[in-house]
Each structure stands twice: as structure tokens, then as C-alpha cells.
Design a protein. Structure first.
Length: 368
């Protein structure tokens, strides 16, 4: 082997082990911003409920630290290893989602958590990551062409079990999983006519699903006229928070709506309090960071040498984009309330751990 060839091999190895600094900085920026805002927004509820203004912050800090460790381990591991584990992860997610129906803990009328001693775990968050891996594995390993109506149908049919299990008590996550599936199938087979037909069918299924439970129809009525219903209180107070923030906000820690007016302000409605404290400037800053993160994931996907790496990054980007859009749309009352969190920002240990794990997958792909 000549000297020039040796130099080329060394350069290639260095190129493969280089971390995507831009993506890493954006993820860390979101994680830190989320912790800072959570401390401000949750301190009132923590003090009133638990006698500790940093109660929610400390739990989220622990989860974020665990998530960063997970991200590092995943980023240092070849992403192909996790793709090979996809069938097992998908079956495990279905098992955990089934367990929730029978032994899950019910909080605020929703049965979404499993308890393991002092720790609680939300299987629906694991299901999102498992679906991304499983669809990547399925599409990558398809022996036949990834084009045509039958490919689209059989791929979507494999998602129906987990969508049904998760959707029985968590409609928003079921919508996210379906959205991830649609986008990944479209990337594999961009046939517009078939997707129009699937969209019409999906809309009909969602309509039937909404009509099956009276409380879902009630949410539609509340969305149309929140002032008319008692349960529209949260939506109205969230809009008050957004409107009172103005351009630059009341100032960090100076929110009035978090003082019990917006119930569970640290959860789904956290974006409204960010608007109140930091104004439109803070809101656009946060949306801009999310936008840059989506852009970076797309850049990695476009430059990946393998289909499975591209599918992984597109799946992660789809998850993030759908969840961010849905959360902001709910907070601004653009769509009915679906109880969905804002990635990296809302309180939730399981969510932040698996989100950071997904970012680790993207970093692993970027090294290749």
C-alpha cells in the first residue's frame, strides 16, 4: 500500500469519527433552555404541592443527565446495531403498551404510566423511538420494491397494532406515530396519488375514532368555543398568557398565569408561559432553534451513504417536527387540545431521555 493510500485511509477514518458539532450544540442549547424555563415556570407548583420550588427542576435535571449519558452511548455505537434490534424493540413497545391498559397508573384521568419502584415510565415515548427503528428496518430489509400501493398498505398495517394500543389512552402519540409512518413511506415511495387516497382514508378513520368517545367530541366543541365550557379555562388562560407577553415579555420568572391560572403550566401549556415571560422574541428564538435542528437532521439525512441512516434521520426529524407543530398549535388554539408536550421543554423524564437517545442515533449516523 502506497503512502498516498495510507493518508487517504487515515483521512477517511477521521471523517467517519467526526461529531456533528452543529447538531450537538443545538441539542444542548434546547436541553439547557428547557431546564432554565422549567425552573422558572414550575417553581410555584412545586412550592405549593411539594414544599420545594425546585421539585420539578431536580427531577428533570436527573432525567436530562440520564438522557445525555444515553445520547453519548448511542452516538458512540454504530446505528446499524440498533436497527438490527428494531423487531425486538417494537414487540417490547407493544408489550409495555398492553401492560399500561391493565396495570398502568392513572394520572389526571389518563392511564399512561408504568411504575417501577420509585420510578415511573411512559411506554408511549418508547413506542415512538421503536417505530422509527422498526420502519427503518422494515423498509431497508424489504426484498421487493418499495413502490406501489401494496408496499404502502403492508407497511402501514404493521403500525396498526401499536397505534391501536397507544391510541386507546393517548390519541396524540398515536397521531405522531402515524405521521412518522406516512413520512417514512413517502420518502421511500413518493407517489402523490396514492398518498392522497391514504390521506382521505386516514381522515375517515380519525373521524370514526373521534366519534367513538364522547370526550373527544367535547374537545372539538371546546376548541370551537372555549368560553362556553368550563374545560376551556386552560385554553383561555394560555391565550391570555401569550397576549400579555407582548414583544419582549414580562421578564424571566415574572409570569402571572403560572400562579395557578394555567393548570399544570410546566407540562403541555409551557409554551404559553414562555411567551408571557420572554414575549414573541423568546418564542421566535425557541421556534428558530427547533427549525435549525430540523434543518440539521435533514442535512445529515441527505448526506448519509446508506438508506437506513437516511430513514433514521428523517424519522427523528418527523417526530420532532410533528410534536413541535402540534404542541404550538394546541397552545394557540389552532387545533383542539390533544395533550401533547413540547420536546425538550415540557416536564417529562421519559420524554427527554428518549428524545436525547434519538439525537444520539442522529449523531451516530452523522459520523458515517
Amino acid at each position: 500500500m502506497g503512502r498516498q493510500e495510507q493518508i487517504s485511509m487515515i483521512r477517511e477514518r477521521k471523517k467517519e469519527t467526526k461529531t456533528d458539532t452543529v447538531l450537538l450544540i443545538l441539542v444542548l442549547l434546547l436541553a439547557v433552555f428547557g431546564l432554565v424555563m422549567l425552573f422558572s415556570i414550575s417553581e410555584y407548583n412545586g412550592r405549593v404541592r411539594f414544599g420545594d420550588s425546585a421539585y420539578y427542576f431536580k427531577k428533570q435535571l436527573f432525567a436530562t443527565a440520564l438522557g445525555l449519558m444515553t445520547m453519548y452511548i448511542v452516538a458512540e455505537t454504530d446505528y446499524r446495531f440498533f436497527v438490527r434490534l428494531a423487531p425486538a424493540a417494537y414487540l417490547l413497545s407493544m408489550g409495555l403498551s398492553t401492560a399500561v391498559l391493565f396495570v398502568g397508573q392513572e394520572i389526571n384521568g389518563s392511564r399512561r404510566w408504568l411504575n417501577f419502584g420509585p420510578l415511573s415510565f411512559q411506554p408511549s415515548e418508547f413506542a415512538k423511538a421503536a417505530v422509527i427503528l422498526f420502519l427503518t428496518w422494515q423498509i431497508q430489509g424489504s426484498k421487493r420494491t418499495t413502490a406501489g400501493f401494496w408496499f404502502m398498505c403492508r407497511t402501514m398495517l404493521t403500525l396498526l397494532p401499536i397505534v391501536g394500543l397507544v391510541g386507546s389512552n393517548n390519541l396524540s402519540t398515536a397521531i405522531i406515530i402515524l405521521g412518522i409512518g406516512v413520512i417514512l413511506i413517502f420518502i421511500s415511495d413518493p407517489g402523490y396519488a396514492r398518498f392522497i387516497g391514504m390521506g382521505v382514508t386516514g381522515a375517515a378513520v380519525i373521524a370514526v375514532f373521534l366519534a367513538a368517545e364522547s370526550y373527544r367530541l367535547e374537545r372539538l366543541a371546546i376548541w370551537r368555543n372555549p368560553e362556553k365550557y368550563e374545560k376551556g379555562f386552560q385554553t383561555i388562560q394560555g391565550l391570555y398568557a401569550i397576549g400579555s407577553g407582548g414583544l419582549f415579555g414580562r421578564g424571566f420568572g415574572s409570569s402571572l398565569q403560572k400562579l395557578g391560572f394555567v393548570p399544570e403550566a410546566q407540562n403541555d401549556m409551557i409554551f404559553s408561559i414562555i411567551c408571557e415571560e420572554l414575549g414573541l422574541t423568546g418564542a421566535f428564538f425557541l421556534i428558530g432553534i427547533f427549525g435549525l435542528l430540523m434543518w440539521r437532521l435533514m442535512v445529515i439525512a441527505l448526506h448519509c451513504r446508506e438508506l437506513q441512516g437516511t430513514l433514521l434521520c428523517v424519522g427523528i426529524m418527523s417526530h420532532m417536527a410533528i410534536q413541535v407543530i402540534l404542541n404550538i398549535a394546541v397552545v394557540t388554539n389552532t387545533i383542539p387540545n390533544t395533550g401533547i408536550t413540547l420536546p425538550f421543554i415540557s416536564y417529562g423524564g421519559t420524554s427527554v431521555v428518549f428524545l436525547l437517545g434519538e439525537m444520539g442515533l442522529a449523531l451516530s449516523v452523522s459520523r458515517k
